[in-house]
Design a protein. Structure first.
Length: 247
């Protein structure tokens, strides 16, 4: 069964989104949309199937898929060309990364356990860095990208969807908004990152059909998809049945 965590925020809905693309299909879609001046703004790979959102942009952008032990070599290659790591996700030991123009340093981690990730994030936060993107796999193992930033930042990793929703509501009251969200197979965990922001937002755990219908409703409210993460799981697995789960 396919399920998704989807995040909507204010926007004009000038975007494209696709899910369940195999490698060749993703190459075809990405190349075609790049020629139309659209760029990747959300990326996920699960069971070797790609999910992505593209928004208008005229800047150069490159993406590639490689073995995990090549990460540092690829980072150095693109760094010399004036590109920085923007998004990185892993799937069965393979890494898919997106590179964008930049002149500031970026920092990343790959496959860290919870305690390692927590300690590294605190170190980066204290040094003026903020999470730009996160991806979580079974273990759990954390992959993330940090870029220079300031202001508050909180992240939380919880096995209870209702707890996840309540935390988001509490942070929203304090002027914080979700910037990234992900989920992981093992034990049905959800992760969110919040930073200062304004405006409405809506996040939910739902089926593909539910996203299509919710997207129609969100468009009427001036909201657009910002992040979309896909998860395939067995009905007998750790996630609850999706029926009636939508909030």
């Amino acid at each position: 069964m396919n399920s998704f965590v989807a995040l909507w925020k204010p926007g004009n809905n000038d975007l494209y989104w696709y899910t369940g693309l195999d490698g060749d299909e993703f190459v075809e879609k990405s190349n075609a949309l790049h020629k139309k001046s659209y760029r990747i703004v959300s990326l996920d790979v699960d069971e070797e199937l790609f999910t992505a959102i593209w928004k208008p942009g005229t800047f150069a952008q490159h993406w590639e898929r490689f073995d995990s032990d090549e990460i540092e070599d690829r980072r150095k290659f693109w760094d010399k060309k004036g590109f920085r790591l923007a998004y990185m996700v892993r799937d069965d030991g393979d890494v898919t990364a997106v590179w964008e123009p930049g002149n500031t340093k970026e920092f990343y981690c790959y496959g860290l356990d919870f305690d390692e990730f927590k300690a590294l994030d605190k170190k980066h936060f204290d040094n003026g860095l903020r999470l730009n993107w996160i991806a979580v796999e079974d273990g759990p193992e954390f992959t993330a990208v940090w870029r220079p930033g300031n202001g508050a930042q909180f992240w939380y990793f919880t096995s209870e969807w209702e707890d996840f929703v309540q935390r988001n509501k509490n942070h929203k009251k304090n002027g914080l908004r979700l910037t990234c969200v992900d989920k992981v197979h093992e034990h049905g965990h959800y992760m969110g990152v919040v930073r200062p922001g304004n405006g409405d937002e809506f996040v939910d755990f739902m089926s593909f059909d539910a996203i299509v219908e919710k997207n129609k409703e969100m468009k009427k409210k001036g909201m657009e998809l910002k992040v979309l993460r896909r998860l395939f799981y067995d009905d007998s697995g750790p996630f609850p049945d999706l029926e009636g789960l939508s909030h």
